[in-house]
Design a protein around this ligand. Structure first.
Ligand SMILES: Cc1ncc(COP(=O)(O)O)c(C=O)c1O
Length: 392
């Protein structure tokens, strides 16, 4: 733990961070205070969908900053309206509430489902969630998450989140009672190590929730905004949720997240939900610019192509080093290392100027900018190959 005399000593210690201090970023590259360049396949934890400081977002920020940074959540502003319209147009859902973080968007989804249950389902409030799921770090979203390490943390938890195994439709069906108001799931469990909810499972959930008159809530905070090669992860399964949450890529690097839902589910009364910065024009303007870029012709097709290329290159690299397979979709991929060397690989890669993440000790996760080039993928593979070759 850094002592008070260390340069980091006045920051609360909430995680183990390497000593590098980053000063600048451009596209897929980060530069630290010593001028060392790093190829970034973490990208702010799958946030910087267009890479570091992309010109369209810099421009949107600068233009909006000159016009209006903040009025008040008590008033409408133009970017907030434009962003909500863009999300309605692209998702097929109807209304949005904007937040500053994914956890806050999920907290809102939980509140919305409970409010809907109190109005339309005789007070039903339970939300069935998945083992190993991750929904954020507020008390309710930690309770909704299925992270084993959190089981005993910050007790007592918020009640009302029975857990079932991912991809087990029969278990979901068996868990539904008269208290159930919703099922909440990530299309890909990113933080758990990139485990996909199968398309068949999502389709089954969509059918089941309709038949039982409960809500399907998709946490698309990691999978949304083009990450899987479609704008939203649910598109692969050909379904549409009743409620969806977005974050990360939605702001492309600025704090912006959203709770999006079908009109008839949007039942908050005045005062039920709010927040000082929600729908802030500065952040909303960036969200609009992100959607404009991601929906340009050919952009998402290129994400899918680059994702397929990265997956095949990772599979070959895995073959060369005796690793297991590749998981995930689009540009949210994980490589099974078959051994618990993930943290050591991450550290050694950083030394070689490559930033990657190990969501579990036996896996590496890759979440580059969606506009990462093939040459950058090749460079990443070359550096990783070298690191893995030197691992004992
Ligand atoms: C699926 C999912 N939900 C929620 C969150 C929480 O988002 P935030 O860290 O912005 O609160 C994350 C963050 O990693 C996530 O991956």
């Amino acid at each position: 733990m850094p002592d008070a005399s260390s340069p980091f000593g006045t920051l609360m210690e909430i995680t183990s961070r390497p000593a590098e201090v980053f000063l600048e970023g451009r596209g897929s590259w980060l530069i630290d205070a010593r001028g060392k360049r790093y190829l970034d396949f973490v990208q702010g934890w799958a946030v910087n969908c267009l890479g570091h400081s992309p010109p369209p977002l810099v421009e949107a920020l600068a233009q909006q900053a000159k016009k209006l940074m903040n009025c008040s959540p008590a008033y409408y502003n133009a970017p907030m309206i434009e962003l909500a319209r863009a999300l309605a147009r692209t998702s097929g859902l109807d209304q949005s509430f904007f937040t500053n973080s994914g956890g806050e968007a999920n907290e809102g989804a939980i509140k919305l489902a409970r409010k809907w249950g109190s109005l339309h389902k005789g007070g039903a409030y339970e939300i069935i969630t998945m083992e190993h799921g991750f929904h954020g770090r507020t008390l309710a979203t930690m309770s909704a998450s299925g992270k084993p390490a959190w089981e005993k943390l910050f007790e007592p938890k918020v009640p009302g989140f029975p857990k079932v195994p991912l991809n087990d439709l029969a278990a979901v069906e068996a868990a539904i009672t008269e208290k159930t108001v919703a099922v909440m799931v990530e299309p890909i469990q990113g933080e758990a190590g990139v485990y996909e909810a199968s398309d068949a499972f999502l389709r089954g959930l969509s059918r089941l929730t309709k038949v039982r008159g409960i809500l399907l809530v998709l946490d698309e905070i990691q999978t949304g905004m083009g990450r899987t090669g479609r704008l939203f992860g649910f598109e692969h399964a050909g379904i549409r949720p009743d409620v969806m949450t977005l974050g990360k890529g939605l702001g492309g690097g600025v704090p912006l997240a959203a709770l999006v839902a079908r009109r008839d589910v949007c039942c908050f009364a005045h005062g039920d939900q709010g927040g000082t910065f929600n729908g802030n024009p500065l952040m909303s303007a960036v969200g609009c610019a992100v959607i404009a870029e991601l929906t340009k012709p050919g952009f998402l097709a290129r994400v899918a192509e680059t994702g397929a290329y990265l997956a095949s290159e990772l599979a070959s690299l895995g073959g060369r080093h005796g690793f297991g397979g590749v998981r995930g979709r689009g540009l949210l991929l994980a490589l099974d290392l078959k051994r618990e060397i993930g943290p050591r690989v991450v550290d050694a890669a950083r030394e070689k100027g490559l930033l990657i993440n190990a969501p579990r000790p036996d896996s590496l996760r890759f979440m580059p900018a969606l506009n990462v080039s093939r040459a950058e993928v090749d460079e990443m593979i070359a550096r990783l190959d070298q690191v893995c070759g030197e691992m004992r």
